[in-house]
Design a protein around this ligand. Structure first.
Ligand code: ANZ
Ligand code: ZN
Length: 839
């Protein structure tokens, strides 16, 4: 009678047993051990666990089991990124207090993670919204503050009217709020900022040290946007003897002779001084319109160029020509000098602008293709480098050299100098929202900004009933006198607490450090623990965090390193990005209505099938398409395994395992196939990070083993014992290999074939070199029973493959010429007999 594969029962049983025996507890620190810190990006608990999470964590678990069986002592923790906008917005929508909403979700998601049997050390769970945790987030903020890396400044910032909060540049995508998709405007507000720009060079240079996907490194490098060029001064005549200096930043000093006009950002401080009286009205109107939009929106929005003329001219220092000064929103105040020299022949934006306003266009870089049509009309720009033309004594030089020479030439007249610029801006670190860490600063009329004394941390976020955003640029905490009314720690007069909170990214910028020592109540992390476990050896998560979280975490780590609290200055050595999940051609998402619920799959097929499928369907870094048939296929595979192992269990339970045998034994092939599979899987995981191919290898192995058992008859008891002894070895190793993907069923079957204890304590199998060697064998080829040739082949070739080879032999061809093949018989590794029709 068949025993049914009751996955729910089995999975519950093993999850309970793992918990009782503390299987996933982090080992004590021991310098002699090989350690591995394996981390998957922790989730924010805004609702249910989705398939993307599951894929992320299934990848993590494969690596966990693999390294554990290879003798590593592993830290593999899990926690909650629980503060921030997403949780708060969802809570408001549902009319639940953000704290209750968050705690409720944590329970639900944790339940789901547990039902999937993931190998986390739950003793180390952290929650960034708990006072024990955010006390240290606030403490870290104070260290930044004391080092001058956190400061308050009034700045025009990205403002999302729907979320009613300021946003960091990183949170604005194509001019829209990253969270809610609303068009981002701007607002002048006093903000807390973190001086990430001070770390721009190191954040850029150290990318070289990281084993990260190139794509992510490029994204970070582009975000930091280091740009080497020059500042060139254009003089604007005021009266006969006086000039206003108008510096520009350019990366193309070689094109200076082609600068036919200048453009200032609408907010440029010299606009007032430069604009001629009769142009004032138009200029003012233009500026009022332009400043409504955030800078990011201005450069990402696709629209026709707009601008106004100021009535003034500047002198191009290369040829002393007077060129008009315009104002346009395509020039940003916050980059370079806020002013540009426009070279319409060689810059797209300048070209569009010049065409629209009929400004002169002069080519100064020669291009083969030419940029004019037959009639001499300019049709497109040439933005590449090349040989200079129309550039006086610099004609004939190549761009690179010309840049140097032109800057040197102007430098003699103090009109130019080399200069470097970054796209990266300081990190706007305050939010006018409730659900975040209060910023631990007290504002006193007499003393100014006073840091909350460390002994008074944490500054608790009060549990309040009105937490909705005010929309006025003030945090809801500004309406809670019990919160903001405080005594100045310095002069004891009445002062006011900062009421802004920290952004969603604060807690996740250092959580990976806290995991090394999560219960420490006197330090953010014990130094020994941090230095032992960190940096994170393998970090797994989605590419959507390429800039935001990963950049912020690197910045925090570097600052803590500089402050001498930790001894490493990069947080994540190796990074893996898992791809996205699609269904019916679209990204799986609530709004598309194509979500497959994790819990549905688990209750219908079990956690093992779910985990297996999500890794089987595609290489982990690639996007994958969800397919119900694929899930079914994985489920059937586990059922086949279940039935197969049960069918031979009685034969192998009591038998002595055989893991070594003469290579000429008729059963040697079993071990050979096994060892080849071990080798293949080990290399795929270790060297290639191919996590899907081992599953196919295991499916093939199972098929192979089942075939060997089918209709097996033994002449002697000894022969039978040898066969099942080897089979036992094969099945045990198969279960160990598969336990990376489907740990519950493998544990159960491990027990079924008579083993005690957990399969998790097994070592990762090693392959024997001599077993995987591709020996060649000589196969006799017969035609109709007569020896006609001999060929040398790999022993594991199938009959079809041998036949193919045999038919290529000239001798064989001769003997079957003109005849049709009726059949063929193959004695593996020995004889192939080809039978033909007699006519
Ligand atoms: C003249 C020129 C000629 C330029 C040419 C480009 C091509 P990256 O590489 O991004 O640093 N620029 C400078 N400041 C700007 C600002 N505040 N707002 C908008 N654009 C600004 O780009 C540097 C180039 O961007 C600079 O070099 C400048 O245009 C423009 F054939 O100067 B260039
Ligand atoms: Zn004071």
């Amino acid at each position: 009678m068949d025993i049914k594969y009751e996955f729910t029962k089995i999975e519950k049983k093993w999850q309970k047993r793992w918990e009782e025996t503390n299987q996933f507890k982090t080992p004590e620190i021991n310098e002699e051990d090989k350690k591995l810190y394996l981390l998957e990006m922790f989730p924010y608990p805004s609702g249910k666990l989705h398939m993307g999470h599951m894929r992320n964590y299934a990848i993590g678990d494969v690596l966990y089991y693999y390294y554990r069986m290879n003798g590593y002592k592993i830290l593999h923790p899990m926690g909650w990124d629980a503060f921030g906008l997403p949780a708060e917005n969802a809570a408001i929508e549902k009319g639940i207090h953000p704290e209750d909403w968050t705690m409720q979700n944590i329970e639900a998601v944790k339940e789901q993670l547990k039902s999937l049997g993931f190998a986390y050390d739950w003793d180390r769970e952290i929650n960034t919204s708990s006072p024990e945790y955010y006390k240290w987030t606030q403490w870290i903020f104070l260290q930044f503050y004391k080092k001058g890396l956190a400061y308050r400044a009034e700045a025009p910032i990205n403002w999302c009217p729907k979320c009613a909060t300021g946003l960091a540049n990183e949170e604005v995508v194509n001019g829209l709020c990253e969270r809610c998709g609303t068009e981002v405007g701007r607002k002048n507000l006093v903000q807390w900022m973190l001086r990430i720009t001070k770390y721009a060079d190191r954040l850029l240079d150290d990318l070289d040290l990281l084993k990260w996907p190139e794509k992510v490194k490029t994204m970070q490098a582009n975000w930091i946007g280091r740009s080497e060029g020059a500042e060139i001064i254009f003089k604007v005549p005021k009266d006969e003897n006086n000039f206003i200096d108008l510096p520009v930043f350019t990366t193309r000093a070689d094109t200076l002779f082609g600068a036919t006009y200048m453009v200032l950002a609408p907010e440029h401080p010299l606009v007032g001084e430069i604009t001629k009286e009769e142009f004032k009205k138009e200029v003012d109107e233009y500026i009022n319109e332009a400043i409504k939009h955030s800078e990011l929106q201005r450069i990402t929005a696709i629209k026709e160029k707009t601008g106004v003329f100021t009535g003034s001219y500047a002198i191009n220092p290369a040829n002393n020509k007077m060129i008009p000064i315009w104002i346009s929103d395509y020039v940003l105040l916050s980059y370079g000098t806020g002013a540009i020299m426009a070279v319409p022949a060689h810059d797209e934006r300048d070209f569009e602008f010049a065409k629209k306003f009929s400004l002169p266009i002069i080519e100064v870089i020669y291009s083969e293709r030419g940029i004019r049509d037959k009639n001499g009309e300019l049709k497109n720009v040439y933005t590449g480098e090349g040989t200079l033309i129309n550039s006086d004594k610099f004609n004939g030089l190549y761009s690179e050299e010309a840049k140097e020479k032109i800057v040197e030439w102007l430098a003699k007249r103090k009109l130019a100098r080399k200069s470097v610029n970054y796209k990266l801006r300081d990190w706007i670190f305050s939010r006018q929202r409730y659900w975040g860490e209060p910023i631990p600063i007290i504002l006193c009329d007499r003393c100014g900004e006073v840091p909350v004394p460390e002994k008074d941390l944490p500054v608790l976020l009060p549990r309040v009933s009105s937490y909705k955003p005010t929309g006025t640029g003030e945090s809801p905490l500004a309406n809670i006198p019990e919160f903001y009314k405080v005594e100045c720690p310095n002069c004891h007069s009445i002062a006011r607490r900062e009421t802004n909170t920290m952004p969603q990214w604060a807690g996740s910028s250092w959580y990976f450090i806290r995991f090394a020592d999560p219960k420490n109540s006197t330090k953010f992390c014990g130094r020994d623990a941090a230095n032992y476990w960190l940096p994170v050896d393998v970090y797994v998560g989605g590419i959507e965090h390429a800039v935001l979280h990963l950049l912020y975490a690197r910045f925090f780590t570097k600052v803590l390193y500089d402050l001498k609290y930790i001894d490493f200055d990069e947080p994540f050595i190796k990074l893996y990005n898992q791809g996205m999940i699609y269904k019916d051609g679209a990204k799986m998402s609530k709004s598309k209505g194509n979500v497959v619920e994790v819990s549905d799959i688990v209750s219908k097929y079990g956690a093992d099938t779910a985990r297996l499928f999500i890794l089987f369907a595609a290489p982990p870094e690639k996007d994958m398409e969800w397919s119900d048939q694929g899930v079914e296929g994985c489920f059937r595979f586990l059922n086949r395994l279940w039935n197969f192992v049960h069918s031979v269990a009685d034969n192998i339970k009591e038998i002595k395992k055989i893991d070594k045998i003469e290579t000429n034994s008729p059963y040697f092939n079993l071990l050979r196939v096994l060892h080849k599979t071990i080798k293949r899987i080990t290399i795929d995981i270790e060297k290639r990070f191919h996590l899907n191919t081992p599953i196919s290898a295991l499916m093939e192995l199972l098929n192979f083993l089942s075939l060997q058992v089918k209709e097996k008859k033994f002449k002697t008891e000894n022969e039978k014992n040898i066969f099942y002894g080897i089979l036992k070895e094969c099945i045990e190793k198969t279960l160990i290999l598969l336990s990376l993907y489907a740990p519950h069923i493998c544990e159960e079957l491990w027990e079924v074939i008579g083993n005690e204890g957990s399969i998790l304590s097994q070592k990762w199998p090693k392959w024997r070199k001599e077993y995987v060697k591709d020996e060649k064998v000589e196969v006799v080829i017969q035609v109709n029973g007569k020896l006609r040739d001999k060929i040398t082949v790999k022993p594991d070739l199938s009959k079809v493959e041998i036949l193919k080879k045999a038919l290529q032999s000239e001798k064989i061809k001769k003997h079957i010429r003109g005849k049709r093949i009726k059949d063929s018989y193959y004695v593996p590794g020995k004889i192939l007999n080809i039978v033909t029709y007699e006519d």
